[in-house]
Design a protein around this ligand. Structure first.
Ligand code: GSH
Length: 216
């Protein structure tokens, strides 16, 4: 049986992508959570970068001791290995890749920084927040339009693109400052469909441990 260890911190939506994919693909088989002191700057130390991840990022997933980083290729690997959420046709797999790239560059890329600055730092720069918010408004509008009239992002059924893209949108609205139920109905309905998957759990249920101080 494959063993998994996930280096994470609870507020990390990128970690949640992998925790959720592991829960759903392994049908409840657990992974070992390795809480990491991101707020204390551990991932910035030379020692952590030398021994855990040269890219200086969380999450890191160990699969039978092999360390892997970057959620998109890891999600694709889990889908392949466990035969779930990987799409069924070449066109679907192309769509999954298309949306995973978009997610990493646009949706997650901006939401992760915006939410972190907004909720977990003491004095965020209003001009920076305003810039990121305007970008996010555009991206969420694009996603809402895409999801109007379809159930999932990349295929007829759930794929790792959905798991990746819902991730940051599953955290409490006071952190992101977005009330998606009010502003983006198609996204809100899609989030409910994902939350209804057997085995689904909310981020802070899946990612335990000491939390960052939240200022909002
Ligand atoms: N593309 C990466 C993003 C990982 C990432 O940015 N993780 C955040 C925490 S959620 C981080 O470690 N950021 C540190 C930094 O940007 O310096 C992935 O998908 O794994």
């Amino acid at each position: 049986m494959t063993t998994y260890r996930l280096h994470y911190f609870p507020e990390s939506g990128n970690s949640y992508k992998l925790a959720l994919a592991l829960m759903l693909t392994l049908c409840g088989q657990t992974f070992e959570p390795v809480w990491t002191d991101f707020g204390g700057g551990v991932t910035r130390t030379a020692e952590w970068r030398d021994t855990v991840n040269r890219m200086g990022e969380i999450p890191v997933l160990e699969e039978d001791g092999r360390r892997m980083t970057q959620t998109a290729p890891i999600l694709l690997r889990l889908a392949e290995r466990h035969g779930r959420f990987g799409g069924t046709t070449e066109d679907e797999r192309q769509e999954i890749l298309r949306w995973l790239f978009w997610d990493n560059h646009k949706l997650t890329g901006y939401m992760a920084m915006y939410r972190f600055q907004r909720a977990f730092t003491t004095s965020p720069d209003p001009a920076v927040l305003d810039f990121m918010r305007r970008r996010l408004d555009d991206f969420l509008g694009i996603l809402d339009a895409h999801l109007s009239g379809r159930l999932f992002v990349a295929a007829e059924q759930v794929t790792v693109a959905d798991l990746s893209m819902t991730s940051y949108l599953c955290f409490p609205p006071n952190e992101s400052g977005y009330d998606l139920a009010a502003s983006h109905p198609a996204i809100a309905a899609w989030l409910k469909r994902i939350a209804a998957l057997p085995g689904w759990r909310a981020p802070y249920d899946l990612l335990p441990g000491q939390r960052l101080r939240c200022y909002v």
